[in-house]
Ligand binder design. Sequence first.
Ligand SMILES: [Zn+2]
Length: 204
Amino acid sequence: MILDPSAVPGQVAFGSDLVARIEVAVSLVNALATTTAGGRPVPAPESDEELRDRAERALRDADALRSPLEAERAQGLEQLARQLREIFAAVHERRDDDAGALLNKLFARSGATPHLHRTGAEPLHLHFHRPDAGFVQGWTAGCAVGLAYALGSGHGDRLGVCAAPDCDRVFVDLSRNGSRRFCSTACQNRVKAAHYRARQRAGG
Ligand SMILES: [Zn+2]
């Protein structure tokens, strides 16, 4: 399975590029479109600078920051993150057709199209936008293709929303058995501890 590059050790992971795009989508949603994380409310950014910092961090965390962001691009990414969030929520709630319709909208709006091009002396690289696409348009196309690939190849269940209370962070499940339910071990431990306390109370 491509979404699990470790499944066949030694084999070329043709899907790693798509996984990288899903990881950018996850990072953008978690940095720019969550209202709660790890049991705490996430306040909206208070200024353009804060929004830009968060957007830059999101791209850096996904190893996708190539140069400092302008405020306008950060705003475009925030809007994209909200749309991606809706798609994660739809997939999570098994509303696959809704998720598909939202993804098709993102394809149309971004003018997504496969295109091989090279940067400088690097080898040819498959992009999902034309070389003249705008920055946000390019990421819209890339993230949409990544999520659509998962959804359209029977791996929609690998796109998750954290199961812990007061946490709406999202994740891509790359585990071997696909049993991940939480955004982080912190959330997993929080839920475990709550269950333990509940059992203690029930027991005595
Ligand atoms: Zn969580």
